[in-house]
Write a protein of this length. Structure first.
Length: 91
């Protein structure tokens, strides 16, 4: 598109951040062997998951289980089982 020829980069940001090297997904759920130690982790690139993770954590605290969203695929068990949760459609 000819109009893009006039577009110039005005600024940017680059930096390091932690992420799960196993499958680059957050780890959400109770720690193995515990129902009181709960991990709601995600990387900076997963900010879009924050509302769902927050809701899942709240449900776990109140109900002792996920009610509206099943976040168990993001739990520790996938790591213990060696089953990465791949997401092929990251944009």
């Amino acid at each position: 598109m000819p109009a893009f020829a006039a577009v110039k980069l005005a600024g940017g940001w680059a930096g390091y951040y932690d992420y799960n090297t196993f499958d680059q997904n957050g780890i959400v759920g109770p720690a193995p062997g515990s129902r009181t130690c709960f991990s709601p982790t995600a990387s900076a690139a997963r900010l879009q998951q924050a509302p769902g993770v927050g809701r899942g954590v709240a449900e776990w605290i109140v109900e002792g289980r996920y009610v509206s969203l099943d976040l168990s695929p993001l739990g520790y068990q996938r790591i213990l089982d060696g089953r990465p949760l791949r997401e092929d459609n990251i944009i």
